[in-house]
Design a protein around this ligand. Structure first.
Ligand code: PLP
Length: 431
């Protein structure tokens, strides 16, 4: 009946319109263009695939699901429970872990939860010095870690830039930490997790492996995994794994309850279910031979890049790399790390500056440059392109504002579009 149809109309109208927003559309276009024409060498960035980005922002994004599968505070969690169980099972299978928690919003949240599970304010922690490659969550005074815990820092050896395990053992004996943290943001070498385990055992500490930077390489079998050795392992899905931004925790069966309660309700409320769905996809993909091949290519590319930069006088710190990370001393260019970073940015090469251990200058004048091969390897670049990139970095440092360098960067980037250039609406439609 016509009258019924008419009276239905207001109830059917959505409360929100879905009008385009010209300001945001223009910004998204600008970001897409930047990404298409620049070369991304920032150490922790990767390029997520269209399917990852379709799951992010999917209908799961709206769901409130406080708690854990089967024990939620909210109703309507059937599909959300299944998604989280899938992500947890895939994480456990991928890393051979006894327990996994996939709710941490980020890597920092994962470390905060691990600290909450293992420590009380004022407790003693031994972790890698920030100046030698440790992360903010390993004792920075600007961060909860430095504010709430009594942190002693270990570092790398002056002679070869490698972690000084003798020093770690000496400091552990003196500081008697409740938690020993292994893992770094800016250390290109594989970490000897077994040696850290034996030091932790000697002093009765828990071993916390913050492997956020490299855990994806271990998933691909390319470097040793901390999982057999650490009590708690922190990881992220957005770096090597190439998935959504976000963190996760792996731990021993005994610590299950402490870790889960540290994430929720201690530091977080409702989990981001869409993010967890994208994590589940990413953790499944990481179990494939294709992903293992990707991790090997990331490392082969990093070694090629380190070698080529060395050839241009930019000496690799620690002499090389076992991972996707390359750190070099830029002094040969007569520039600080920050100056190299800025000149490269103007040419469309995005990389970072870092400290060179034992260099006697203020942090702003540090001579280190830090790069990673995750994005360029995702795009399909190989060793010849690493040679080209090293030459472009040198050229950008030597000839600032050179139009021809910028042109060469752009044409290299455009030769390797990867999976990322389709408009987002087409990406979703193509699933
Ligand atoms: C990237 C990283 C983090 C932080 O991850 P966010 O998601 O940026 O919070 C913490 N620790 C290490 C070792 C990392 O590499």
């Amino acid at each position: 009946m016509a009258t019924l149809v008419t009276s239905d109309e207001p109830a059917r109208a959505a409360a929100f319109t879905d009008e385009p927003d010209a300001a945001l559309d223009a910004l998204l276009d600008a970001e897409r263009e930047r990404r298409r024409t620049q070369i991304q060498l920032l150490a922790g960035e990767n390029l997520s695939s269209p399917r990852v980005r379709a799951l992010l922002g999917s209908d799961f994004a709206d769901k409130y699901a406080e708690g854990y599968p089967g024990r939620r505070h909210h109703t309507g969690c059937g599909p959300a429970d299944a998604v989280e169980e899938l992500a947890v099972e895939r994480a456990k299978a991928l890393f051979g872990a006894q327990h996994a928690n996939v709710q941490p919003y980020s890597g920092t949240s994962a470390v905060l939860a691990a600290a909450a599970a293992l420590l009380r304010p004022g407790d003693s922690v031994l972790a890698m010095s920030l100046a030698h490659g440790g992360h903010l969550t390993h004792g920075s005074h600007a961060n909860f870690s430095g504010r709430w815990f009594s942190v002693t820092a270990y570092g790398v050896r002056k002679s070869d830039g490698l972690i000084d395990l003798d020093q770690v053992r000496d400091l552990a004996r003196k500081a008697r930490p409740k938690v020993l943290v292994a893992g770094a943001i800016s250390y290109p070498r594989a970490i000897d997790w077994e040696a850290f385990r034996s030091i932790a055992d000697e002093v009765g500490a828990h071993l916390l492996a913050d492997a956020s930077q490299t855990l994806g390489l271990s998933a691909g079998g390319t470097i040793p995994s901390p999982v057999p050795y650490a009590d708690v392992v922190c990881g992220v899905t957005h770096k090597v794994l190439g998935g959504p931004r976000g963190g996760f925790l792996l731990c021993t069966r005994e610590l299950t309850e402490r870790v889960d309660r540290a994430v929720f309700p201690f530091i977080q409320g409702g989990p981001m279910v869409d993010q967890i769905a994208a994590k589940a996809y990413t953790l499944g993909r990481a179990a494939t031979p294709a992903f293992a091949g990707y991790t090997r290519r990331c490392v082969a590319n990093a070694r090629a890049l380190a070698g080529a930069l060395d050839g241009h006088g930019l000496r690799p710190l620690t002499g090389g790399t076992d991972t996707h990370l390359v750190t070099v001393d830029a002094r040969a260019l007569g520039l600080t790390g920050r100056e190299v970073e800025q000149r490269c940015e103007r040419a469309g090469l995005l990389l970072g500056h870092c400290a060179v251990p034992y260099e006697d200058v203020p942090p702003a004048s540090a001579s280190g440059v830090r790069l990673g091969t995750l994005c360029v390897t995702t795009q399909g670049m190989g060793e010849p392109e690493m040679q080209e990139i090293a030459a472009l970095i040198r050229a950008a440092g030597k000839e600032p504002n050179s139009g021809s360098v910028t042109e060469r960067v752009r044409s290299l980037a455009e030769r390797f579009p990867g999976l990322s250039t389709k408009p987002q609406c087409e990406e979703s439609a193509s699933l």
